[in-house]
Design a protein around this ligand. Structure first.
Ligand code: SF4
Length: 105
C-alpha cells in the first residue's frame, strides 16, 4: 500500500513538472525592447530593419530582420517574438548588429 502511494505521489509531481515547463515554453514572453533602451541603442537596435543606418552598420542588408535571425523564437506571422540575446521581446521586423542568419532547414 505504501509503495503504491509513493508511486502515485511521484507521478503527480512529475505531471506537475511537465505542466509547469509546458506553460513556461508556451506563454513566457519577455518585456518588449524599445529603441530608447540604452543597451539596445548600443547594439543599433531598430524596430524596423529598414530604419537602420546603413552607413554606420555596413553588414546590414534589407533582408536581415529579427524574423530571420537565429536568436528570435517567434513563429509564423507573429509580430513579436522573444530574442535570446536581449532577453526581450522584439518585433519580426526589427534588427540589431548582433543579427545572425538562420541556417537553412
Ligand atoms: S539578436 Fe537577432 S532577434 Fe535579437 S534583436 Fe538582434 S537581430 Fe533581432
Amino acid at each position: 500500500m505504501e509503495q503504491k502511494r509513493r508511486v502515485f505521489i511521484m507521478q503527480v509531481v512529475a505531471g506537475l513538472g511537465t505542466l509547469t515547463l509546458g506553460s513556461q515554453s508556451s506563454f513566457a514572453a519577455y518585456e518588449k525592447l524599445t529603441e530608447s533602451d540604452s543597451y539596445g541603442k548600443s547594439m543599433g537596435f531598430r524596430l524596423k530593419s529598414e530604419d537602420v543606418d546603413s552607413a554606420k552598420y555596413k553588414r546590414w542588408t534589407a533582408e536581415q530582420k529579427c524574423s530571420s535571425c537565429q536568436l528570435w523564437s517567434g513563429k509564423g506571422d507573429l509580430s513579436y517574438g522573444d530574442c535570446s540575446f536581449f532577453e526581450r521581446s522584439v518585433p519580426s521586423t526589427g534588427w540589431c548588429k548582433n543579427f545572425k542568419a538562420k541556417k537553412a532547414a
